[in-house]
Design a protein around this ligand. Structure first.
Ligand SMILES: O=C[C@H](O)[C@H](O)[C@H](O)COP(=O)(O)O
Length: 215
């Protein structure tokens, strides 16, 4: 699968234009995109990063990491996903970076999602849905999730997000109406972000392969 991830990451470079500040996601697929971005670093103005991990990799290539507050809307955001349905709605957050990823996706005009073929599903939910929570609300949120969805929330013990919060992964879902699930989970006090990208899906999906497929 890493070859498919590399092919998707490198294809996404075609969406980068001269002088852009590029929004950059997190994960192994994005790692290939960052490496390719490094090869054209003189042609971009910098990057907005969704995680400490990506910031470090961007800087290692000599790419300036810019604060989202210092700029207006971003023209382009490139990020991976854990699952993608036919409407380009996504589950993200396997790497615990979902909250900053959601913020950057929202700030971006075009969201290009890069995946390997195994990430494509008909219905979201086989991959446990990550939810970032304020630590003191963990068990309250877990009970509310069970009541609202019937899914089994499991604490990703030992993982602390870049924002100092914790992650619950909801197992056993079959998300036929992602907009409703996203909205309902967002309303639980203590939830910081839900790893469902339904209200703001991807605009373009690149499925890594020979040749890459554009959805
Ligand atoms: O929090 C992590 C992100 O949402 C990633 O985009 C997602 O987990 C996919 O990661 P990978 O490209 O490593 O499969």
């Amino acid at each position: 699968m890493s070859e498919a991830k590399r092919l998707a990451g490198e294809k996404a470079i075609e969406y980068v234009e001269e002088g852009m500040i590029v929004g950059v996601g997190t994960g192994s697929t994005v790692g290939y995109f960052i490496d390719a971005l490094g090869r054209i670093r003189d042609r971009i103005a910098g990057a907005v990063s969704s995680s400490e991990q990506s910031s470090e990799r961007l800087r290692s290539h000599g790419i300036e990491v810019v604060d989202l507050n210092a700029i207006g809307p971003l023209p382009l955001y490139v990020d991976g996903a854990d699952e993608c349905d036919p409407q380009k709605r996504l589950i993200k957050g396997g790497g615990a970076a979902l909250t900053r990823e959601k913020i950057i996706a929202e700030a971006s005009t075009r969201f290009v999602c890069i995946i390997d073929p195994a990430k494509r599903v008909r219905v979201l939910g086989r991959f446990p849905l990550p939810v970032e929570v304020i630590p003191m609300a963990r068990s309250l949120v877990a009970r509310a999730i069970l009541a609202a969805t019937g899914g089994q929330p499991v604490w990703r013990e030992g993982v602390v997000t870049d924002n100092g919060n914790w992650i619950l992964d909801i197992h056993g879902l079959s998300i036929t109406d992602p907009m409703v699930v996203e909205r309902e989970l967002n309303q639980i006090p203590g939830v910081v972000a839900v790893g469902l990208f339904a209200r703001r899906p991807a605009d373009v999906v690149i499925v890594g392969g020979e040749p890459p497929q554009i959805l």
